[in-house]
Design a protein around this ligand. Structure first.
Ligand code: HEM
Length: 426
């Protein structure tokens, strides 16, 4: 059946979709407004002013803060067998008035509060169901067709962002009250960070000082305010934890916000994978590999290893600790670089900063490891696979990267985005 899509000026003819899953208020194929710090780069080149964060080397105590970057070192810290580390960011590092609310979410919580929240998130995240996958593929195909009605170059990131935010809101969280705010949330996320300093003089800590956004928090408040109307999903579950006194109001808003913003990481991973396939003349290979699940898995894994979307994290010693031969006082933050660890030649062999999705490689660290390992990993990888497959079947079979083979990259706090992925028919 043909389903009219208001705001899209076209019709959708797809198998399992219903009008109710498509007729969403306030959603459109929006423009992406880059921040002032956005830079055009070949897809596999990372922002120059942060290079030092992505070089695997012995623990660097000369950097401020100390950087842990080799695969084995990062793994030892995140596995934390001695219980030496905590996630909570000290107030003297990022004062409360400067904190984006997501710094109070589970990824930066410790102890029993974290364990309890993690247990309850595990059971109820529906970001990786068959319905979520079908939704992503159908929506992505439709958005791409809309994009292709415009003159090339087509910015594929616009379609990927739209699909990602909607799958998180509608499937992972199941929070319909957020739908009417998605356009504004997308604008707000681009505003939330002061751009990196052009002279590169900033510290890695800048990425965690993302400015507080009362408007973002107000939008999240619409979720608990609609508790009785929420479907039986993750958002309702989190609100009920708060109502039963097992979560503070700030933790609830923060957790909702963090889950909403995690759509950026999966968008950036999907966009940079497609961009790197084009950059390395492997798009034709991808078209042929699309029917073979193992080859698709390898493409997604290599995209995760080399696509910068959540490259670094912050961790703090509970007590004085010796790291790289230096005494670090309790409370002094340390940066761990998953992105550097993913380019460690000890683990990934020769030319580890290259990109090649064809061979079998050892698992990477883009989702972290240990008790804080990403809880959206399965859904995020499926999302990347679904976006890739929908793209391969919808775009012309011969396409090329526009803008001299470059993409527009930007840093919006902990997430590193591809704000423009311009593609034209070859
Ligand atoms: C490709 C996309 C993604 C990447 C690369 C990514 C990466 C990460 C990383 C590096 C961490 C921190 C691990 C640590 O602290 O050591 C994390 C935590 C987390 N992620 Fe993701 N993430 C992605 C998408 C998502 C999505 C879509 C969700 C939505 C459900 C999500 C939910 C979470 C949660 C809840 C945590 C906190 C886990 C905990 O501390 O217990 N992530 N993610």
């Amino acid at each position: 059946m043909a389903v009219p899509l208001p705001g899209y000026q076209c019709e959708l003819r797809e198998g399992n979709m219903t009008a109710s899953t498509l007729l969403l208020p306030g959603v459109s194929l929006g423009e992406m407004q880059p921040t002032a710090g956005a830079v055009w780069l070949p897809p596999s080149q990372w922002p120059r002013d942060a290079d030092y964060l992505f070089r695997p080397r012995p623990v660097d105590t000369t950097a401020a803060p100390t950087v842990v970057s080799r695969y084995e070192d990062v793994l030892a810290v995140v596995l934390d067998s001695d219980g030496a580390w905590r996630r909570e960011i000290p107030l003297d590092v990022v004062p409360r008035e400067e904190r984006h609310c997501i710094l109070d979410a589970s990824w930066l919580m410790d102890g029993e509060t974290h364990r309890a929240l993690r247990r309850s998130l595990r059971g109820i995240n529906r970001g990786s169901t068959v319905e979520a996958r079908e939704f992503t593929r159908t929506l992505m195909r439709q958005l791409l067709r809309l994009l292709m009605d415009e003159e090339p170059p087509w910015n594929l990131s616009r379609a990927i962002y739209e699909a990602s935010l909607r799958v998180i809101v509608e499937h992972t969280l199941q929070a319909p009250p957020l739908l009417e705010h998605v356009a504004r949330l997308r604008e707000l996320q681009r505003l939330r960070v002061p751009p990196p300093r052009p002279d590169g003089s900033g510290s890695g800590l800048d990425y965690f000082g993302s400015v507080r956004q009362p408007e973002f928090e107000d939008i999240m408040e619409c979720v608990p305010a609609s508790y009785h109307k929420l479907p039986d999903g993750l958002a309702r579950h989190l609100v009920s934890l708060h109502r039963s006194g097992n979560m503070t109001s700030s933790q609830l808003i923060s957790q909702l916000g963090m889950l909403v913003l995690s759509h950026e990481s999966q968008t950036a991973t999907a966009a940079s994978l497609i961009a790197m396939l084009l950059e390395h003349d492997l798009y034709g290979y991808a078209v042929k590999a699309a029917g073979q699940p193992e080859l698709v898995r390898r493409m997604v894994a290599e995209g995760g290893r080399r696509g910068l979307s959540f490259p670094i994290n912050l961790i703090t010693p509970r007590a004085d600790v010796t790291l790289g031969g230096r005494e670090l006082p309790a409370g002094e933050p340390v940066l761990i670089s998953y992105a550097a660890a993913n380019m460690d030649p000890e683990r990934f062999g020769l030319a580890p900063s290259g990109f090649d999705p064809r061979p079998q490689r050892p698992p990477h660290l883009a989702f972290g490891e240990g008790v804080h390992r990403c809880q959206g990993e399965v859904g995020a990888e499926q999302f990347v696979a679904d976006v890739l497959l929908a793209t391969l079947e919808t775009l012309p079979s011969q396409v090329r990267l526009d803008h001299g083979g470059e993409v527009l990259r930007e840093v919006t706090g902990m997430s590193w985005d591809v704000v423009c992925l311009p593609v034209s028919p070859a």
